[in-house]
Structure formats: structure tokens, C-alpha cells
Ligand binder design. Structure first.
Ligand SMILES: [Zn+2]
Ligand SMILES: [Zn+2]
Length: 508
């Protein structure tokens, strides 16, 4: 009775653990001068009541005696009253108690992890000292993380347009040799743990980080799922980079497969869904932080679009999300408003950054292998590809490839929903469009392509091919059509010059 009177409903702090209380109004106290005397009375009355509580507990009142209404520990936690929580715990209040199922089955630790301010940190600490079940799950496993719910107008638009953003063609994704596959068990989705709740907080990054740290230091499991999210992906989605750092330091697996709106931590970092939480520089820094912590940018990511699906990488996922926002992705730049242009710029910068990272990683990986073999495989792969697609028009079965290699656009990094054609000169890189081909040629591949040729032809053919290349380079100033034709002609010439004869013989 004392606790009910001591903590009227308006004394409870708003918290994200108790979703049912979200619409809760609690700032409607009037502060007119008339109520001042009353307020004084209330204070002295509260003081007396607090003394009564202390007296009762000191004389042996059992803090676990009542469960309807809920255990009195919940009152003190919800009111963010650290002193009362401490007293109750000292008097043996149990921490393994739960709110009824209709209120989410929360434990005191769930609520403590969501209490804003220093008090939340303090209360979490007190609770942790009495060894509660750190990984207890709330009964909200069927809930969807708020920002992942598709807003009505967007859902309607997707229905109207058929919602197709990418032409998925059942692509198989990077061959296994390219990524370090996740070896642990795929975690089961369940209700929220206290760690999920702390990572989901958007109130104060430092306080939330402190709670996250406390939980992790007491061995809370950072690799569990709720609503398809890990604590790490929630911290990414809620914009708490301090919590991200803490999680990575304490064993959160950046490659943990997720089962909700995002497929991995990296996907969460590149998704447009949570982009408003960070500046462009912060988003780029986050991607780098994850990569540094071992996130694998070449890990396969399954993308679904209606009935179709394909396997690509986090880069494909980023493009998939990018193209879902038709307004930004498909409207001519000058028609966009100033703020939309800013969003466009931000998204393009991030895409460019992760594309560069993907390319870097592929190149690093491929350097570990036998270069001759890889080169032969690529050449054979692209030769077969051109031959077959000429005959059947678009079918692309490449069965004669020896070393499996990852086919992706050397410029934009995409491997899903794109038609890739090899560089006609070296057959070692692929691009998805004329724009990408020209861009990659100008930005980096021109140098590489000439270098590659020298390597693969050896000294004998060097003279002939470099003469051919020089002609192309000088002949391609300005006109784009010319550039393409010249290069293709040069490519065919050099193909005969280098190892081409050998593989013709083999194919015959
Ligand atoms: Zn491309
Ligand atoms: Zn090339």
C-alpha cells in the first residue's frame, strides 16, 4: 500500500521498455501559485511515507510478498528511484520477477536499461549486483522494430508500382572462396533482452552506452536477435556509435546473420532507413569501423523482391535500398529540392565509399590466389559468356570456368540485377553499363589494363600490344562512341596476341 501511494502513476519515467505506456501523458501538472502550499504538504507527506516504507522493511516486511499489483521493485525502478531500488535489493527483493504477459513480461532489468538519465545507469548497476538473468527475453518476440515498419504511403506506392526496384535474376552471390563464412549457430529470434532495449534507446548516447557497457561487462550475450535485429544492428539503427564501439569491444559479431529488415550489421550501416541518424562523414566512419572489426563486405546478402530473390553483397543491398526511394534515385538532380539534393549527395558519397571498399577487398582476396590460373578463368569465363550470349541472347551459363571468381561491376560494385560485360581488352574486369565502363576506364582501369597486358603477355608480345594500346589511348580523345569501338578492336587484336590462341585450341 505504501508503494502504491508513494509512487503515483505520474512519478513513473517514460521508458521504451514498456511500449504499452508510450502514449502516456505525464507533464500535465499545473504549476500555479495556489498549488504551491499543497506541493509543500505533498513533500512532507512523501517524506513521512518514505520513512514508513523504511521502517516496514527494517522490521522485516517481505518486499516479495505481493505480485498483484506487480512486485514493488517495479514501482521503484519505473520511478527511477535509485535509492529505493537499492534499499529493496538490500532487503532481499527478487530480480527474477516479471510484469504480466499483457504488459510484455518485462523484468526489472528490462525497464532499468531503458530509464533515461544517470538514474538508469545507477539502477542497472544495483540490479546487476544481485545477479539477475541478464539474457531474459521479454514477451515481445512478435513485435517489429519501429523504424522497420513501412509507412502507409510508401507501402501504397510500392503496391501501385509493383514495387520492383531491381531485376533480380537469381544471382548466386560471391563464391565461397571470397568470404569468411559465419561459423556460429544462427541465433533464434525472440523477445528483447535488456541489451536490445539499451541499444534501441535514442535519448542520450552516453547514458545508453554506460548501460550497454555494464550489461556487457556482466557477460550479457551480444549475439541474440529480436525483430531480426542484434543489439549491434539496433545501436546502428538508433544512431548510437558509442554503443556500437562498446559492443564490438565486447564480442558482438559483426558478421552475425540477421533475419529482419537488414541481413547484417553492414547492411544496417548502409541502409537508407536509418540514415537520418548520422552525417555523411559519420556514416562512412561507421562502415570503416565495422570493416575494421572484421565485418566481411564480401559476405553473401540475400535480397528479395516479391517472388524473386538473388544473392549479392552489402553493396547490392545498399543499391537496393537506394533505388527504393524513387524520388531521390530517379529524379533529375536539378528538379530535386535543396534538401533532397543534400540527401542525394549523401547517399552517392556513401555508395562510392563502400564500392571502393568492396573493390579493395576483392583485389586483396584475389592476390592470394594463383594469378595465372585466375586470369585464365576470368578470360575463359568472359569468352564463354560472350559466345553463349551471342547465340542465345542473354542466357549466361558459364560452366567451363575453372576457378570460381566473383563477377561484379568494377565501377559501381553491383553484382545483382545488372548485366555485366568484360573489359574487351583484358577480359579481367567487368562493368554493368557504358557509364560505368567509361568511368572506371578513366579513373583507374586504363593504367591497370595496360599493366595487366604487360604481365600476361610477357616481353615478347609487349611491343605489339602496347603499340596497339597507345594508339587507342591517343585515339580516344573526346568522342565516346569512337573510344568504345577503338578499344574493342584493340581488345580483339590483343586477345589473339596473348594466350588467346592457346584457349582457342582448347575449345576446339
Ligand atoms: Zn556499374
Ligand atoms: Zn581491361
Amino acid at each position: 500500500m505504501c508503494f502504491i501511494l508513494f509512487y503515483p502513476e505520474e512519478s513513473f519515467k517514460g521508458n521504451i521498455a514498456e511500449r504499452s505506456l508510450h502514449s502516456y501523458k505525464w507533464s500535465e501538472q499545473s504549476e500555479s501559485s495556489e498549488t504551491l502550499n499543497v506541493a509543500e504538504d505533498i513533500i512532507s507527506e512523501r517524506q513521512k511515507r518514505w520513512e514508513t516504507i523504511q521502517l516496514l522493511l527494517r522490521r522485516g516486511a517481505d518486499p516479495n510478498a505481493s505480485w498483484v499489483p506487480p512486485h514493488i521493485l517495479f514501482f521503484a525502478v519505473k520511478a527511477a528511484d535509485a535509492e529505493a531500488v537499492k534499499l529493496l535489493l538490500e532487503r532481499g527483493a527478487r530480480t527474477d520477477v516479471r510484469l504480466p504477459s499483457k504488459l510484455g513480461g518485462l523484468t526489472p532489468l528490462h525497464i532499468a536499461a531503458s530509464i533515461p538519465g544517470e538514474e538508469g545507469v545507477q539502477i542497472t548497476q544495483y540490479l546487476l549486483h544481485s545477479a539477475p538473468d541478464l539474457n531474459a527475453r521479454a514477451e515481445d518476440g512478435n513485435e517489429i522494430y519501429g523504424p522497420d515498419k513501412i509507412p502507409q504511403p510508401q507501402a501504397r506506392e510500392a503496391n501501385l508500382t509493383g514495387g520492383v526496384t531491381l531485376q533480380l535474376k537469381n544471382e548466386a552471390g560471391p563464391p565461397q572462396e571470397y568470404f569468411s563464412s559465419y561459423s556460429g549457430p544462427v541465433p533464434e529470434d525472440g523477445g528483447r533482452s535488456a541489451l536490445h532495449i539499451a541499444c534501441e534507446r535514442e535519448d542520450n548516447s552516453e547514458h545508453a552506452r554506460d548501460v550497454v557497457r555494464l550489461l556487457l561487462m556482466h557477460q550479457a550475450n551480444p549475439n541474440t536477435l529480436w525483430s531480426g535485429h542484434s543489439p549491434l544492428s539496433l545501436a546502428i539503427a538508433s544512431g548510437n556509435d558509442l554503443a556500437v564501439a562498446e559492443l564490438l569491444k565486447h564480442g558482438a559479431d559483426p558478421n552475425l546473420p540477421l533475419s529482419g529488415a537488414v541481413r547484417s550489421a553492414l547492411c544496417a550501416a548502409v541502409s537508407t532507413a536509418y540514415e537520418q541518424q548520422r552525417t555523411t562523414a559519420q556514416r562512412i566512419a561507421l562502415v570503416d569501423k565495422l570493416l575494421e572489426a572484421g565485418a566481411d563486405i564480401l559476405a553473401p546478402v540475400t535480397i528479395r523482391e516479391g517472388q524473386r530473390k538473388a544473392v549479392g553483397t552489402a553493396v547490392d543491398y545498399a543499391y537496393y535500398k537506394y533505388y527504393q526511394d524513387r524520388r531521390i534515385a530517379h529524379t533529375p538532380y536539378h528538379i530535386l529540392s535543396a534538401s533532397e539534393q543534400e540527401v542525394f549527395q549523401m547517399r552517392r558519397s556513401l555508395l562510392e565509399h563502400i564500392t571502393a571498399k568492396l573493390r579493395e577487398h576483392v583485389i586483396l582476396k584475389e592476390e592470394e590466389w594463383d594469378q595465372e590460373e585466375l586470369r585464365r578463368s576470368k578470360k575463359l569465363g568472359s569468352a564463354v559468356h560472350t559466345r553463349v550470349s551471342k547465340k542465345k541472347g542473354g542466357s549466361h551459363h558459364v560452366e567451363e570456368v575453372r576457378l570460381p571468381f566473383f563477377k561484379y561491376c568494377y565501377q559501381c560494385g553491383r553484382s545483382v540485377g545488372v548485366q555485366l560485360s568484360p573489359c574487351m581488352r583484358c577480359h579481367e574486369v567487368f562493368t554493368c553499363s557504358e557509364t560505368c565502363r567509361r568511368k572506371s576506364w578513366n579513373e583507374r582501369h586504363r593504367q591497370e589494363c595496360l599493366g595487366l597486358l604487360e604481365k600476361s603477355t610477357g616481353q615478347a608480345a609487349l611491343d605489339a600490344s602496347s603499340a596497339g594500346c597507345k594508339k587507342n589511348v591517343t585515339g580516344k580523345t573526346g568522342e565516346n562512341g569512337r573510344e568504345g569501338k577503338d578499344e574493342r578492336r584493340g581488345g580483339r587484336k590483343s586477345k589473339v596476341g596473348i594466350g588467346g590462341r592457346e584457349h582457342h585450341r582448347k575449345n576446339d
